[in-house]
Design a protein around this ligand. Structure first.
Ligand code: ARG
Length: 654
């Protein structure tokens, strides 16, 4: 049962007496931070009373309490302090409710009342380059949302909107035509394609840098002149002038350092004879690569054949990563799939008067945005935006979606704002579109995580390292067991995978997705604190209790022995178990898996407190023992289920 939703639904109709829109304040009723204030607490009397003359919040709270009936499952409501309403569940009710969970496979999680068709657009790497750490977040956050929505009974479609049609293919095609190492390609096609991509990118960068450098130097000279004239003519005691000069100086210093690193990059390339001769031979490489993309899009037979040759290898490479991460999609319609629909999209936008020509390009202008939404460029090429519009039309009309989640980096938030605003005018008003945005993964220096050589960290090597580190910890723990090691080599390796991958996923999911987070191996694999390992240990510990007591968990459940919550720690644990349903609901609404990680962390903590306080196998009475065992079993089931919804596995022994 979703207890929070039930309590809220009892308050909402009562609140209409004081507000037209109770839903706007109902979220102020939530789980209490502190058991002192009951199990749930409502704070809305304060803002509601503030709108009504001569009404004290405390009096309003008292009036609300008189009208709300929760007597079937709550103690009489209490008004506290300036007008807080404290709500405490009846002990007997909580007891029965928890008892009911024993035989409930869904652990009290109620399926959605009106299931929706939800498309989760996640991972979506631009293929032809190996997946790197930047792809981790979309993949892991998307997968967790996918799993939670599905468990809640929605009809969920996981769609990998692969970048298989973009400019990187033009670069690779160009690279293939001019710089291919055939033997390397035969041996490992994706590695060779990635090398070609990097090479073409590097050469284009070289020319672009070379071209802009004089302008940059010129800008600095002008700023320096401005500074000089300020220093010689203006009143140097004037605070404003001082501030201006200071700002100019730091600006100049920053630009100089940029110019220096640009120069270094140029010199580095020039010192490499091979690279330099290639750069000299292809002064116009960026345009040439763009032309290759344009030819591909125009249906050029040679380029299409190359694209068809490259794509399977690229897809196979990303599939390897998904297999390791246990990530699955229901469909993977890449950008190329929508290519044939793009001209019609632009036509339809024009017909509706939404898209207009501007400086040769076709654009949608949205009020409140400086940047236009460009759907066709001057040279006739369609864009990322056009593809996304076609994708929405497809998802609405063919997939009959009610809701689409885009699990994409926050740096694309303007794109999605423009996209959603355009769609809103274009049609599809009933489709709920949500950008599930996320921040970056940072290194210890606070900058986006890179290898020492400055490259993106490959996702595969990251997974390898995590598993290796987990293995070392497991081996050390196992070797240190008082009765000697318990785990075979195979088991150690299997557990290392579970812990290593779980650690990476959890570390990513536990943060508020909007913020950046710092990647830290030690914190991530620690067996204490807010980590997957901590919860996996709690799970294994319960399994250990049952092993030691030689009790079968399933038989225990089937015996239907009576549960009795006597100790405060038992009650707190049971209450948390009963909050599983409302937690998943909140994850689903906001697409925030960190609500679930918070919940599981709290659950594991409460379990640990309970376990320290209440003997289980050594409980004095048989009845108390079986009641506590049931509570242990329920805890383990919720941990196992909760972690599985995050894409994380558990093991019975660690
Ligand atoms: N391939 C894109 C990128 O790497 C992400 C695509 C996200 N999905 C979408 N429908 N735009 O930036």
């Amino acid at each position: 049962m979703n207890i929070l939703a039930e309590i809220r639904s009892r308050f909402e109709p009562v609140l209409t007496e004081w507000t037209d829109d109770p839903s706007s304040v109902i979220e102020m009723l939530k789980a209490s931070q502190d058991a002192k204030f009951g199990d749930y607490q409502a704070n809305f009397a304060m803002p509601l009373a503030a709108r009504i003359p001569d009404l004290k919040p405390r009096d309003l709270a008292t009036q609300i309490v008189e009208k709300v009936d929760l007597s079937d499952f709550c103690e009489p409501l209490e008004v506290a302090g300036p007008g807080f309403i404290n709500i405490k569940l009846k002990q007997e009710w909580l007891n029965t409710q928890t008892q009911n969970l024993v035989a409930d496979e869904r652990l009290g999680v109620v399926p959605a009342e009106s299931p929706q068709k939800v498309v989760v657009d996640f991972s979506a790497p631009n293929v032809a380059k190996p997946m790197h750490v930047g792809h981790l977040r979309s993949t892991v956050i998307g997968d967790a949302n996918y799993r939670v929505l599905k468990f809640l009974g929605h009809d969920v479609v996981g769609d990998n909107h692969i970048g298989d049609w973009g400019t990187q293919f033009g670069m690779i095609i160009f690279g293939y035509k001019h710089f291919l190492n055939e033997a390397a390609f035969d041996e490992a096609p994706v590695t060779e394609l990635a090398r070609l991509y990097r090479l073409v990118n590097q050469l284009s960068d070289y020319h672009a840098t070379k071209e802009t450098l004089p302008q940059r130097e010129n800008d600095i000279e002008q700023l320096e002149a401005k500074l000089k004239s300020l220093e010689s003519s203006a009143d140097q005691t004037d605070k404003k002038i001082q501030k201006q000069e200071k700002k100019l100086k730091s600006d100049i210093a920053e630009r100089k350092s940029d110019v220096r690193s640009m120069q270094e990059k140029l010199t580095e390339l020039e010192q490499n004879e091979d690279l330099h001769s290639k750069a000299v031979a292809f002064p116009d490489i960026a345009r040439q690569a763009r032309d290759e993309t344009a030819n591909l899009h125009a249906g050029d037979a040679e380029n299409l054949a190359l694209w068809n040759q490259f794509l399977p290898a690229c897809l196979e490479a990303i599939q390897n990563v998904y297999d390791r991460l246990d990530i699955h999609f229901d469909m993977a319609l890449g950008e190329s799939y929508y290519h044939p629909m793009l001209a019609d999209v632009v036509e339809s936008l024009k017909q509706k008067g939404l898209a207009k020509e501007s400086q040769g390009a076709i654009c949608v202008f949205i009020d409140g945005f400086k940047a236009p939404f460009i759907v066709q460029k001057q040279d006739g090429a369609f864009t990322y935006a056009t593809t996304d519009l076609a994708t929405i039309k497809y998802r609405a009309e063919e997939l009959k979606a009610d809701r689409v989640l885009y699990v994409v980096d926050s740096r694309q938030s303007e794109h999605f704002q423009l996209l959603f605003a355009t769609v809103n005018e274009w049609g599809f008003q009933n489709l709920e579109l949500q950008h599930v945005s996320f921040g970056s993964v940072l290194g210890k220096d606070g900058k986006p995580l890179k290898t020492r050589a400055g490259d993106n960290v490959g996702l595969e090597s990251l997974l390898d390292e995590s598993i290796q580190r987990a293995y070392a910890i497991i081996a050390e723990n196992d070797d240190a067991k008082p009765e000697g090691p318990e785990l075979s080599e195979d088991r150690r390796q299997e557990i290392a995978k579970i812990i290593g991958l779980g650690g990476i996923k959890y570390a990513d999911l536990k943060h508020n997705r909007d913020s950046d987070y710092m990647f830290d191996w030690d914190k991530m694999l620690a067996n204490r604190g807010d980590t997957a390992t901590y919860m996996q240990y709690a799970y294994a510990r319960v399994c250990g209790i049952f092993r030691k007591g030689e009790i079968d968990r399933v038989t225990l459940r089937e015996n239907q022995s009576a549960l009795k919550l006597q100790d405060e720690t038992e009650r707190a644990l049971a209450l948390q178990i009963n909050r599983y349903s409302e937690t998943l609901e909140s994850v689903a609404i906001e697409a925030r898996p960190n609500y679930l990680t918070n919940y599981l962390f709290e659950l594991s903590n409460l379990f640990s407190t309970f376990y320290n306080q209440c003997p289980v196998l050594k409980a004095e009475e048989e009845q108390v023992k079986s009641s506590r065992l049931l509570l242990c079993d329920l805890t383990a089931r919720v941990i196992d289920n909760g972690l599985s919804l995050l894409g994380i596995r558990t093991c019975e022994r660690m």
